[in-house]
Ligand binder design. Structure first.
Ligand code: APR
Ligand code: PHB
Length: 394
């Protein structure tokens, strides 16, 4: 097969990019290892920045998002005693939308066939070739046969475990072009999804003596909660009741009074890491989303960074195919990384503020409590948090 752009991965980044390119008349194909149903089983975060909403609006795929998304004008930090409200709407003039990532992926998937976006599912052993040339190609296996897709560009939207990042010459010192930066956190997030009304109409991030908790939601009748747990914990040791009890303590009395308990429809423990791979382009290969960077979910940046990467990549590719302009392609990595690093910083700093680290002593706890107290008393401090939370300008 020959195409202009071959996209590896049909998660939110790959599908969003595929639709944007199709809408501009650029020939592309998406190649995905799993089945569509499997991709939709992934439970992920659900806070959308403006850029993500705007891309769905631009594609005319925002109907359900508008109907079911919850517009949030603020969120709360809690220190175990009180709620500190960050009034995002008044401090920044912007809002965020709570709408599950799975729903974004579903909207993009449902629109693929009607809009002629070709997505090849169950493609095995995807491999990238000739990425340093102007004629790269993908190979993959399906039904026992090896297939080949020739393209002018390959876009790696294949997440943290995909092959694209690894196709860029190694990290072996000065011979490789790649550099990676990583921080692995000494805890994981235990998440629970339940068909119960949220305890509060806005998100609550709590730093309690016993640890972190987050109260979020998917709708007025479906809640999503998290607590941080040591990496040694196993989900089998966490009954629903034990999770509800811990949430009630950590979220503080005001929120706990409104928690509605119910059976979990999903619960799991996920590790947290900060990770950035540079560069995000090498030759004819561009990386978008989790293929290039990972953030701890504290700042709800993962999906939104994938969206801004895709926005920059689509702009660069349209410039190249429409006007023969290589500037966008050459400048893609620096432009995307500028926003990636600022989101990495915000996610890392909010994680540090809101979690108990094993190596921390009473002094570090005092620093966290003092910072929360400062935020509670300073419009400037709350504005700084708010403008990062709604998403820095693209
Ligand atoms: N071949 C083809 N597809 C692959 C391969 C492979 N070898 N490896 C992975 N994939 C697919 C995965 O099956 C997945 O569907 O690439 C897709 C990557 O999607 P995501 O991991 O969701 O990454 P991305 O689209 O960048 O979205 C980022 O997802 O992980 C969350 O928190 C993250 O919210 C953020 C969002
Ligand atoms: C979620 O609703 O799953 C969620 C919300 C905000 C976060 C992380 C996860 O920061």
């Amino acid at each position: 097969m020959k195409t202009q752009v071959a996209i590896v991965g049909a998660g939110p980044a790959g599908l969003l990019l595929g639709h944007l390119l199709r809408a501009e008349g650029i020939d592309c194909v998406v190649v995905e290892r799993q089945t569509g149903d499997y991709v939709l089983t992934r439970i992920r975060a659900g806070v959308l920045e403006r850029i993500t909403v705007e891309l769905m609006e631009r594609l005319g795929l925002d109907a359900r998002l508008k109907a079911e998304g919850l517009v949030e004008e603020g969120f709360n930090l809690a220190d175990g005693e009180r709620l500190i409200r960050i009034d995002v709407a008044n401090l920044t003039g912007k809002t965020v939308v709570v709408y599950g990532q799975t729903e974004i992926t579903r909207d993009l998937m449902d629109a693929a066939a009607p809009r002629g976006l070709q997505v090849i599912y169950e493609a095995g052993d995807v491999a990238l070739h000739g990425i340093e040339s102007d004629a790269p190609f993908l190979t993959y296996t399906q039904g026992g046969a090896t297939q080949r897709i020739d393209a002018r560009f390959i876009i790696g939207c294949d997440g943290f475990h995909g092959p694209s990042r690894k196709a860029i010459p190694g990290l072996n010192g000065n011979f490789g072009v790649a550099r990676e930066f990583e921080r692995v956190y000494p805890f994981g997030w235990l998440g629970i999804l339940a068909d119960v009304p949220p305890c509060h109409h806005e998100l609550i991030y709590a730093n309690h003596e016993r640890g972190f908790a987050l109260a979020s939601m998917r709708s007025h009748t479906r809640s999503r909660y998290y607590i941080d747990v040591p990496l040694t914990e196993r989900i089998e040791d966490w009954s629903d009741d034990r999770i509800w009890d811990e949430l009630a303590v950590r979220l503080g009395p005001e929120a706990a009074a409104n928690i509605t308990r119910g059976p979990s429809i999903e619960k799991s423990i996920a590790p947290l890491r900060s990770y950035v791979f540079e560069p995000m382009r090498h030759g004819s290969l561009l990386l978008c989303g989790d293929a290039a960077h990972i953030v701890p979910p504290t700042g709800a940046k993962g999906l939104n960074l994938a969206a801004s990467d895709v926005h920059y990549a689509a702009e660069a590719l349209v410039g190249f195919f429409r006007r023969g302009d290589k500037e966008g392609i050459c400048g893609y990595s620096a432009k995307a990384l500028a926003r990636v690093w600022k989101s990495e910083r915000f996610s890392w700093s909010l994680t540090k503020l809101m979690h108990r680290f094993p190596e921390d002593g009473p002094f570090e706890r005092k620093m966290q409590v003092a910072e929360l107290d400062y935020i509670a008393s300073s419009t400037a401090a709350r504005t700084a948090i708010a403008e990062n939370y709604v998403g820095l300008p693209v």
